[in-house]
Design a binder for this molecule. Structure first.
Ligand code: BG6
Length: 478
């Protein structure tokens, strides 16, 4: 079983969780800048006004802004040939509404891309990864406002033109389907105008979320079409959370419920982005949910003209679906809801670990779309112990990743066209869901803690040396 020779091996990060330098060189404020830290048991909060004495973890994060040379050297040492990162929209357009981009922000990414080039590492850039300019929340209620299509388009035009010779792989939106879930209002849609409170208390407004998603679909298609017309060398991808679901029992009612949830959560967005039109099940689902989408003339044509070239996804866990309300009420599943699977163990954060689910998902996705796939996030968020000699013995992480890579190889053997693999948070970053530092994913340990302390020094964990071997052997030595 072997992966293709040009397999892309690397790691993934996002600006808001990694860069820090939140107000440096003209950067504006984004939604995560307004989020406090939280934990597994106490949710992070959104505050429209910065509170004195409160910690906002994205503000410094793990400071890639000032450590990019050191970090890229570490990535190169592991043998990365791809580096997934995002551009911080507010570094380029501080409020998202300016006519001209911020030169200082553009220069920062020039420096990063040039550094990557030195080591022959290909950037894979997420254009918008959970870092919407907060000014767009205040003015338009985030993606609920159709105006955002143009704001996003201007942003994309500026970065495409600037980096056309430095970046080939682009993803339009991170985990676009988080907008099918209530938490997506905070993370990606920014439909939280005036909201002040813990993220699990954000009002659930499906009408607003699905209208916002429609605007994101149109924006994505408009940008993909533009890229294809102007920069034929670009490869444009989508990015979805793939939250694999199994029926809790073989009761046909559970099977149907599972099919419905697979469609709503996992397929709805990518069906539009990959096929170029709303899926046949959308009409009934939207009607029964009381959602009426407002579309404008030309939207449907645009969706058809802006289909992505490759499909990317994050994969962390799976869950089960039941049609029985009593079962649902009793058995709390993981982050994406549903019922816990009695055959699987969970991480300390309750995310159920399911390597075989990755093989299953890769096959399902490839059967459906028949375009190249890439796993752009996967990994184990865990508590790490820094030993006195500076080592971190993270055998649990190695075990998690090894099992997932084994299943990726099985999927390739099954016939899936898999381009690459970028495990999440290859260097420790702030957690997106909880705002913690304690939930670590990295091969590289960063000296930074939940109370904001730490000298930001970097240390190689055991998994660093393991992953280096994996890459050198193109996945043969696991
Ligand atoms: C994905 C996001 O949901 O999962 C990342 O794209 C995020 O931004 C990652 O960090 C892991 O989630 P968390 O909450 O453990 O950081």
């Amino acid at each position: 079983m072997s992966l293709r020779k040009d397999f892309l091996w690397g790691g993934a990060t996002a600006a808001n969780q990694y860069e820090g330098a939140w107000d440096t060189d003209g950067k504006g404020f984004s939604v995560p800048d307004h989020c406090t830290n939280g934990s597994h048991t106490s949710p992070k909060r959104v505050t429209p006004v910065f509170e004195e004495g409160t910690l906002y973890p994205s503000k410094e994060a793990t400071d890639f802004y000032h450590h990019y040379k050191e970090d890229i050297a570490l990535a190169a040492e592991m043998g990365f040939n791809v580096f997934r990162m995002s551009i911080n929209w507010t570094r380029i357009f501080p409020t998202g509404m300016e006519k001209e981009p911020n030169e200082k922000g553009l220069e920062f990414y020039d420096r990063v891309f040039d550094e990557l080039k030195k080591y022959d590492i290909e950037p894979l850039v997420t254009i918008s990864h959970y870092e919407l300019p907060y000014a767009l929340v205040e003015k338009y209620n985030g993606w609920y406002g159709r105006e955002l299509i143009d704001c996003y388009f201007n942003y994309c035009k500026a970065i495409f033109e600037r980096y056309k010779d430095k970046v080939r792989y682009w993803l339009t939106f991170n985990e676009i389907n988080s907008g099918t879930m209530p938490m997506g209002a905070v993370l990606s849609l920014g439909t939280i105008k005036g909201f002040n409170g813990p993220i699990n208390k954000v009002p659930d407004e499906p009408q607003v979320r699905y209208q916002g998603l429609h605007h994101m679909f149109v924006a994505s298609a408009k940008v993909v079409k533009y890229a294809h017309e102007h920069y034929p060398q670009f490869k444009m991808g989508n990015m979805s959370i793939f939250a694999t679901k199994y029926p809790y029992t073989c009761d046909p009612k559970d099977v149907l419920k599972c099919q419905k949830m697979m469609r709503v959560v996992n397929w709805y967005c990518s069906d539009v982005q990959v096929r170029g039109y709303y899926p046949s099940y959308a009409k009934r689902f939207l009607e029964e949910s009381g959602i009426r989408l407002k579309m404008e003339a030309g939207d449907e044509e645009l969706l058809k003209e802006g289909k992505v070239d490759f499909y990317t996804f994050s994969y962390y866990m799976s869950g089960c679906e039941s049609a029985d309300d009593e079962v649902l009420a009793k058995a709390g599943g993981n982050l994406v809801g549903g019922v816990a699977n009695p055959y699987l163990k969970a991480s300390d954060w309750g995310w159920q670990i399911d390597p075989e689910g990755l093989r299953y998902s890769l096959n399902e996705i490839y059967d459906r779309y028949q375009i190249p796939l890439m796993v752009v996030e996967n990994g184990l968020g865990a508590y790490d112990k820094l030993e006195e000699d500076g080592s971190v013995h993270d055998s649990y992480r190695i075990d998690y990743l090894r099992k997932h890579i084994e299943q990726m190889k099985e999927a390739v053997e099954d016939g899936v066209d898999l381009m690459g693999y970028t495990p999440w948070g290859w260097i420790d970053v702030v957690s997106a869901s909880t705002g913690e530092m304690a939930k670590r994913y990295g091969f590289v340990y960063v000296d930074k803690y939940d109370d904001g302390t730490g000298d930001l020094s970097r240390r190689r964990k055991d998994s660093f040396f393991w992953y280096k071997k994996v890459i050198a052997s193109n996945g043969e030595e696991l």
